[in-house]
Design a protein. Sequence first.
Length: 404
Amino acid sequence: MTVAEPAPAPTSAPVPPLAARARSIGGSPVRDILAVTARPEVINFAGGLPAPELFDTEGIAEAYRAVLAELPARALQYSTTEGEPTLRTALADRTSARGLPTDPDDILVTTGSQQALSLLATALLEPGDTILVENPCYLAALQAFGFAGARILPVPSDVGGVDPEALEELVARELPKLLYTVPTFQNPTGRTMPAARRAAVADVAARRGLWVIEDDPYGELRFEGERVPWIASYPGGADRTVLLGSFSKVMAPGLRLGWLRAPAELRRACAIAKQAADLHTPTVNQLAAARYLTDNDLDAHVARVAGAYRDRRDAMLAGLPHALPAGSTWSRPEGGMFLWVRLPEPYDTTALLPDVVRHDVAYVPGAPFHTGTPDPSTLRLCFVTQTPEEITEGLRRLRRGLGG
């Protein structure tokens, strides 16, 4: 009897590599820290998480119930890429009431304002294009622009945000395509750009041929001071400023509802990019948000949330002098969600973080927010997720974690 020879093992070629952009862009340090500090005993100042106990859970639930009872076929069906007309109308009305005349057709509804950044990167940027950002800058914007292959340059910034003279010099020298800014209660610093600087930024953009992406997820969370008009409302800004908004901080982030207001040609390009990404934002979420706006006073709800956040900011401000080493400095925002801290040299907040987490408290090191040379002594604290009592205890733990 002849025994068959075993078949030779098949040769295997290497699996093709990931795209270069997927290999070169790292994950979000905030998301990484949240995964490490998910233990319930950790007081987490790291995440930009709205306080869940302040969500209008019943109002949102009732809006969903009404939509599913009255419009089930429409709510559970595909929708237009641009967004549900009722929601776009409501968003246009809110924007117009705040001083920027807006038509529903000016609005594109997105799956969170983070998607708006990705759509704009797709519609505006070629690999190698130069863009300008604040320094420090919102992390996920750096990710979105990095995935598009942009060359990202920081604009010198101070407590008032972008320096308009430095911006003008950079635009003239580097010929960037766009400037990205969070001018109100900025992430990560909490600072707000004054009106005169906003007018100057709009002027530079108009004279130098620059797009401005004005990201405004926090602007309604004002505790004190007067509202500052959007850059888009200043002369020169109207035809080149994209305004981004979101329900994540004022209603609930789980809805994943954002929007962009943009000039027609760019808005159409973003709609085409959105068709390729997800066809449209979930219909039921859009209709529920529109119904919520009809049946409830969102401004009154936001005022209650802002009042609670003011108390939490004040609790953090009161505790910081005892929690941080002598020589530390920090911001005092008029609203929003974040404080920015700078420790004295030679403190390195990235190196210190593991020891701090062992004391069951967490922050985000400031270095990843910087484009170019990082400042290792900086860190971001979110003050809205915990109660004032929890903030006080968290700062005690932070003091011990920093060696105090």
